[in-house]
Design a protein around this ligand. Sequence first.
Ligand SMILES: Cc1cc2nc3c(=O)[nH]c(=O)nc-3n(C[C@H](O)[C@H](O)[C@H](O)COP(=O)(O)OP(=O)(O)OC[C@H]3O[C@@H](n4cnc5c(N)ncnc54)[C@H](O)[C@@H]3O)c2cc1C
Length: 523
Amino acid sequence: MIELQTDIAVIGGSLGGVMAAWQACRAGRYVVLTHEHDWLGGQLTAQGVPPDEHSLIETAGASASYRAFRAAMRQHYLDQPDFVDRTEMTEGTNPGDGWVSRLCIEPRVAASYLQALLQPFVDRGLLRIIRTAAVVSAWRQERRVEGVVVRAASGVVSIRARYVIDATDTGEVIALAGLPYRLGKEAQSDFGEADAPALAQTADQQPVTQVLALRREASAGPLMAKPEAYDFWCRYLLPHYGYPLFSNRIPGSGRGSSIALPWFGEGQTLDLWRYRRVVSARNWRTPRAEVSLINWAQNDYALQPLLDGGLPEAEVVAHARQLSLSFAYWLQTAAPRPDGGTGYPELQLAGDVLGTSDGLAQQVYVRESRRIVGLDCLNQTDIAYDGGLLTPVNRPDSVGTVWYNIDIHPTCVSGHGTNARARPFTLPLGSFIPAQCDNLIPACKNISVSHLVNAATRVHPAEWLIGEVAGLLAVHALDSGLQPALIHASDARRAEFQSCLTAAGIPLAWDAAQVATRTASTH
Ligand SMILES: Cc1cc2nc3c(=O)[nH]c(=O)nc-3n(C[C@H](O)[C@H](O)[C@H](O)COP(=O)(O)OP(=O)(O)OC[C@H]3O[C@@H](n4cnc5c(N)ncnc54)[C@H](O)[C@@H]3O)c2cc1C
């Protein structure tokens, strides 16, 4: 067994994990980053999901480094001699011109960017990245996580660290260290949230989605082999909504309501193909086949929860993969076409886009994690929509700005989705500090928020920010010799940490006037 010792161990190469490692290395700290999949960047890359962003992202509500990332992504495409910006679905250059994401980019391009961001620190010897490494245990001494053990392709590695950052998408270290956590839905009596159910249920988690890439060729290509689970899924009716899952319908905003979208639209029509299209033929001067990343309601896997349910995680993922492959096969062979025919055999799996041989993303897309029980727990009452004013919720203990709908896909037990509006809000420092541990810091979807708020903080710019804050909190704790809880406990110490965040390019408050002007012009 290899034994390592470091300032900060970042467990998980998620988007938050990459940003935590980056900020810690920038501050000159030694970091070991362990990483399970080929590409660094979690939902942005290995999970195959282009950024989900709030509607003010072009001008407000993101850190300087997230802005730099967006600008670099656009520049990458604008630098291609063949690229021409004819974006029509969203504002700003949108390479794939999808409409759910304003920055529909190929995951490979984002993965290269993140690797390049970290490489200088690897070269300087500050950062050690251990690839294809899954965390298997964590050891604790009372209120401290002393270290973790990972099983990597290169062997078993034990990492002892002064601060341990859990940047797994599932809150793996929290569970392995035996720390308390929240999972699934809280009861209405817990926080008084309007959209919470009467009874709490840990198994009622958001579904996972096994994203796949489809390329739309000019003519019919070979058909995929029929997936084993196909017959089950092509007859499956979505509980509560009552329509066949394999159809052009997706859940709507009201309880049990649904809407139908065309497969392929023109102009500004909202269609399914352009949901998360990452290659748009219109944006290239020479003919190019379009590519879309399939993360539609049709391939959300909600039959079992990923975490702490009846099945091991690997089995849940195997089922999710079968669902996605079955949906692709149905699209090729059975989807009704407007001309009365069936199937689009020109849709072909495009593993090259996701860095895999089978057309599926390297990792399943995880919407919900185990969440620390923190000094503070942000819940729906803190960010609830105020009936049109959209007054930002600027907190004195803010560590950064976030905004997104409370976007719950039909969940694994009750089968109910929600899409409740939220005000622009800020994350409290206390959401990053476990009540029962002095040196573990969460860095992605595992901060202390309720199930409902997680649906708003799970998206890319928020997870990016969370990672940055986690890295900087570890650095500040090491530099000051104060545990995070002590930084949190004093106004003066908190203000000192907040000035570090500001210096690192993280805005701590929304500008209410800017929000009002901007939302008035767009709604
Ligand atoms: C229960 C449920 C399940 C869902 N499942 C999935 C899923 O599995 N996968 C997935 O990707 N999404 C899914 N969605 C949809 C996704 O969550 C939303 O589209 C996303 O949250 C964007 O929210 P929004 O409020 O910005 O959307 P909207 O306000 O609807 O806008 C979305 C985008 O479309 C543009 N737009 C809106 N109207 C027009 C128009 N008339 N013409 C041109 N452009 C327009 C906007 O500028 C924006 O960029 C689901 C939604 C619900 C309610």
